[in-house]
Design a protein around this ligand. Sequence first.
Ligand code: NAD
Ligand code: ZN
Ligand code: ZN
Length: 349
Amino acid sequence: MRAAQLVEPGVFEVRDVSIPQPAAGEVLIRVAGAGLCGSDVHLVAMKERLFSLPMTLGHETAGWVEKIGEGVAGLELKQPVLIAGIWGCGRCRPCVEGHENACQYWATRMPVPLGPGLGFPGGMAEFMVAPARTLFPLGDLDPVEAAPLGDAGVTPCHAINLVRRHLRADVTVAVIGVGGLGHLALQLLRATTACRIVAVDNDAARLALAKGYGADETVLSDEHAVETFNQLTRGLGVEVVFDFVGASPTLTLANTIVATSGAVVVVGLAGGTMTVVADSPPHGLPKWGVELIRPYGATSRDIYEVIGLAQRKKLKADIERHPLDEAPAVLAALKAGKVKGRAVLIPPR
Ligand code: NAD
Ligand code: ZN
Ligand code: ZN
């Protein structure tokens, strides 16, 4: 079968590999589509060998149950499923509570819990094997359209749920980065809160789409952005800033515009630095009472919530379809900021 693999640091190619077989407790999935994430761009660019290579990428996948391993109950052949992007050990306390993103087994062994395309063979292939526990039924959702929900949907959902107590109807929130994750974050905030939502990006073309995803206002992240936020919030600042970029300029913006007792939620991994100054006003930073959260992935509960919202037509990824064989070119386009919404790789049928 065809599979898009990280062959060695910096080398991403589509190659022929053998079709895997499910062991006991596992399921073989016929892949419908696999999303390409900003994290894949970081993974391919990474100089270190974090995982053993070659490795098939793809941590955002949906498909159909093709073959069921021994001892698996509750799944049917041909059933469409979303595959979780993080696979914990399944046995530790956080895992059994559905928080595989905080697995204690991996915490002492790896910098991140593993997952498909993140240590295990991922979904950018015709078939993949997954532990039965990591499969979530999609019902009548189209698995090609649903694939991006597996990371770009559930990660923002988790980030939002972590700060839900802040998300009252009288506050303003900011979403920085209207890309794969950000365009779904806007829809999730629109569907599950009554906050005023401000979208921020350095690309005017992305901002032009943001109101369609649920933003009330848009702000270009240029040198006037702080002043614009001051005007929008009458100097109070933004209750929660979600940063889906994580570069130094976006972290600095978040640190500056967040309101007293608000929260900064850093999801992006662009390698930026955020400064905390433990000093009295006017030098202290951020403002008093601000929480900083750096979420990773999602819990099972977030995954069920995202599927439910999509089934109720409150959440829909804006997708570009590309053949799996074009994976390296699509990754280059994502890196160059040329993908709108999410690119989904479709394996040959
Ligand atoms: P993407 O490329 O689809 O979107 C990035 C968006 O940010 C684009 O709209 C781009 O125009 C905008 N942007 C880039 N630089 C900017 C800047 N300086 N100022 C304002 N806007 C800027 O990427 P994505 O797939 O949405 O991923 C976003 C980030 O989230 C990546 O760093 C990825 O690694 C990370 N991520 C983290 C987790 C987690 O669990 N923490 C999970 C998935 C992805
Ligand atoms: Zn990702
Ligand atoms: Zn675990």
